[in-house]
Design a protein around this ligand. Structure first.
Ligand code: B12
Length: 156
């Protein structure tokens, strides 16, 4: 379990990313500040992150959490491949991986809208008005149990 494998002295580490096409950055800054406020050290990879960069940077220092934020409406097209690439890297196969924001241009928030992301390898899809409370609950769950899969099992 990566969160607890870190030294007790060091804060847990999260990698924050977006999908390759997305140039929005205020969402990333918001999430960086939110995570830091909760005691996490954040590597914010910035806008338009190639999937290979996300995988390479994360594998170099496996984090306790990977957060993907996208708002440009292309998440539904690009994020499943991102998740599959993350899960194909052995060092990242069990790192908690979540996505949120505006994943399509239709505001989809139903369980059906989320299933493709979960099947691709995300542990949670955080969209709509409960997205931020959902992330905070996940952070609490990781602090207690250290497993994104345990969180996913609890909410699905
Ligand atoms: C500012 C802005 C821009 C700026 C971005 C500047 C920058 N440096 O970021 C510019 C002008 C560059 C821009 C460009 C584009 N934009 Co724009 N943009 C916006 C705008 C007006 C505000 C976004 C913003 O900064 N919000 C502030 C941040 C803090 O909030 P947020 O992004 O909504 O994130 C919140 C939540 O979504 C949530 N959240 C986000 N991610 C995650 C992840 C997790 C895990 C969790 C828990 C929560 C979470 O938390 C945040 C705080 O509540 C929105 C409309 C709007 N009012 O939202 C459109 C909007 C996002 N853009 C849009 C579009 C289409 C584009 C363009 C494609 C336009 C174009 N045709 O060129 C391009 C994108 C190009 C690209 N390659 O991505 C659409 C997306 C459509 C959709 N998803 O349905 C929007 C919604 C406008 C619209 N109504 O059509 N944009």
């Amino acid at each position: 379990m990566h969160l607890r494998s870190q030294s007790p002295q060091s804060p847990p580490h999260a990698v924050l990313s977006t999908i390759p096409s997305d140039s929005h950055t205020w969402n990333l800054l918001f999430l960086q500040l939110l995570l830091e406020e909760q005691g996490w050290e954040v590597t914010n990879l910035g806008a338009c992150v190639p999937v290979e960069t996300l995988v390479t940077e994360s594998a170099a220092r496996p984090p306790g959490l990977i957060v993907v934020s996208t708002v440009n409406g292309h998440g539904a097209e690009e994020a499943p491949a991102l998740a599959r690439a993350v899960r194909a890297e052995p060092a990242l196969a069990r790192v908690p991986l979540v996505i949120g924001g505006k994943l399509d241009t239709e505001g989809g928030t139903t369980p059906e809208d989320r299933s493709e992301f979960i099947e691709a390898g995300f542990d949670a899809v955080l969209i709509g008005p409960n997205a931020v409370p959902g992330l905070l609950a996940l952070l609490d769950s990781l602090a207690q149990h250290g497993s994104g899969r345990a969180y996913a099992d609890a909410v699905h």
